[in-house]
Design a protein around this ligand. Structure first.
Ligand SMILES: [Zn+2]
Length: 54
């Protein structure tokens, strides 16, 4: 399936067998972030908040 990154609007193709594809089918497509943006966000989050998750 094709999916669009929320942050950079990049179109990514992911396998239908990918667990992520199954998640996206059950959730709005705008929850998707590409690997690059996801990495950027998770690094920022760690820098700001340490390892805390609420
Ligand atoms: Zn992105």
């Amino acid at each position: 399936m094709r999916t669009k990154c929320l942050l950079c609007s990049r179109i990514d193709r992911i396998s239908d067998d990918d667990p992520l594809a199954k998640k996206l089918r059950n959730r709005p497509i705008h929850t998707y972030t590409c690997a690059e943006c996801y990495d950027r966000i998770s690094r920022k989050a760690k820098t700001r908040r340490g390892e805390k998750q609420s």
